[in-house]
Design a protein around this ligand. Structure first.
Ligand code: DQA
Length: 142
């Protein structure tokens, strides 16, 4: 079984981007951690990142078309703005787990609304890179 791990805007900058908020792990480091755990769980990871909203929409559709077991989605700032990503999650039957490195609820007001969270099966936020691994633990049990 394959788990799609989709990452939105600015997450390519992880490692150097506001490390006091997001930690010092790069997206490649996170991919490595996920692959280690996925191997133990007998799962495959398909990890991607884009700064473009429509790519996330296309990849959500693709996850269903290719029969992915689940999607782990960190939509970055599109979390708080994108009805298109919300509708794509609603439009597929593949379960989507919302993840964030930081805890948006402890941050600026504009991060307190999540369009992703209103469509996702559940949310894991605030545990840094570990948020992704915790989401994988959940996906493995679907
Ligand atoms: C984030 C939180 C978002 O508010 C922010 O726009 C990001 C990263 C996180 O993982 O903590 O880009 O999704």
């Amino acid at each position: 079984d394959t788990i799609y791990v989709l990452n939105g805007p600015n997450l390519n900058l992880l490692g150097t981007r506001e490390p006091e908020i997001y930690g010092s792990d790069t997206l490649d480091d996170i991919a490595g951690q996920l692959e280690d755990r996925a191997r133990e769980l007998d799962l495959d990871i398909d990890m991607r990142q884009s700064n473009h909203e429509g790519h996330l929409v296309d990849w959500l559709h693709e996850a269903q078309a290719r029969g992915a077991k689940a999607v782990i989605l960190n939509a970055g700032a599109f979390t708080h703005t994108s009805i298109a990503v919300h509708d794509a999650i609603k439009g597929i039957r593949t379960p989507v787990i919302e993840v964030h490195l930081s805890n948006p609820h402890t941050r600026e007001d504009f991060r307190h609304i999540s369009y992703v969270g209103r469509a996702a099966k559940g949310t894991i936020a605030g545990f840094g890179a570990l948020s992704y691994t915790l989401a994988l633990e959940a996906a493995a049990r679907f």
